[in-house]
Design a protein around this ligand. Structure first.
Ligand code: PNS
Length: 161
């Protein structure tokens, strides 16, 4: 099975990595696809987000990193994927994910959205909170991969979001 794991990844967290390692067990090929969204103000550029993902995903031979714009299901179809992977951390994720999954199903019924439960150690981790905590001088050790922590520190410490 070829699957897409889409997201903003601004930046990749250990929660994303946990999901990717779980997804690898049930896919032949996993494409981690970074959304190119002109309208959304991101901390890291598309190139930086892709670069960080490629660096931390080097140990996963069946995973590749790409970027996309436009409709996710059209990108998935063009890549020959039959599934979209998403993670659920808590009940609060459910409503948004359900809406997206049902809209995507309406657009392309042949592509199935599959949900994996995040590891409980990461159920509270999000890119947004990690950025907020580090910009206020808090410790984010263990929440993002080492190289990402370094980049966040360089970009954000001492600067409020
Ligand atoms: O990491 P995120 O921000 O939760 O990821 C959201 C993402 C990229 C999955 C979603 O915004 C998306 O699929 N955008 C592409 C545009 C699209 O297909 N929109 C209709 C989805 S119902």
């Amino acid at each position: 099975m070829v699957a897409i794991y889409p997201g903003s990844f601004d930046p990749v967290t250990n929660g994303h990595l946990d999901l990717i390692s779980r997804a690898c067990r049930v896919t032949d090929r996993l494409i981690v696809a970074v959304l190119h969204n002109e309208g959304k103000q991101a901390l890291f550029s598309m190139e930086e987000r892709v670069e960080m993902l490629r660096e931390v995903l080097r140990p996963y031979p069946t995973v590749e990193v790409d970027s996309f714009s436009g409709l996710l299901v059209e990108y998935a179809a063009a890549k020959g994927a039959t599934a979209i992977m998403r993670g659920i951390r808590a009940v609060s994720d459910y409503e948004y994910e359900l809406q997206m999954a049902l809209m995507n199903r309406r657009l392309r019924p042949e592509i199935e959205t599959l949900f994996l439960m995040s590891g409980e150690a990461y159920s509270f981790v999000s890119s947004r909170l990690v950025k907020e905590v580090i910009s206020l001088g808090g410790n984010i050790e263990g929440l993002v991969p080492g190289p990402v922590e370094e980049r966040l520190k360089r970009r954000l410490q001492g600067q409020k979001l």
